[in-house]
Design a protein around this ligand. Sequence first.
Ligand code: DX5
Ligand code: ZN
Length: 224
Amino acid sequence: MDIAPSILTADFTELGRVLDDAIEAGIKWIHLDVMDGNWVTNKTITFGPAVVRSIRDRVGEDVFIDCHLMITNAEETWMQYADAGADLIIAHIEAVRKPRKIIDEIKEAGKAVGFVLNPDTDENEIIPYLEDLDLVLVMSVVPGKGGQSFMPEVEGKVREFRSRIDSQVSNGGKRTMLMIDGGIKAHNAKIVSSWGVDVAVVGSGLINDKGSISENHKKILSSL
Ligand code: DX5
Ligand code: ZN
């Protein structure tokens, strides 16, 4: 299982150093949490395309960047994040009116596309699109902030996606990546890995817990 840092809980005046530390620790995937002050329940604003562009310029072309769009108008604005340097656009199925259309548009732009669902959203909202997705993201916290407690009740949903993706692949279909996001730390990374997760987003467990990003990253990887 790979680890993708979320920078949401970083000191934003130190973002360059945080990114440098993450790259130095061998991390190759950065998860950017975009919130528009409207869509998430606590109405938080994080950052927009200009920050994504600065992050792309800082980390260079070899690092994979995803944008987790927790915004009301992803269908109208996803291309701003693609143009700013995101490799993968992850949209909330709860906020998308025309799922098929946004999948086609993002692919036509040459970018990878993912759907994400909240802890209380049924997997059947995404399953009809699964074979066309590069990634599916299961939220294990309610979107809106880092440092929340992990919600183990999403296990059934993760395992359902895992088995559907495995049968999709055995029928020659796409190897859709399975990602989890929220409350992942050294004490529960092994559990979610056993559920079949390919990539775990880790924010506070890398950036805010005591120890350097490199130490925390090693601790999580050695727990698997
Ligand atoms: C929450 C974000 C998550 C969060 C993860 O809305 O989507 O990516 O920042 O942070 P931790 O790992 O601290 O839960
Ligand atoms: Zn996220």
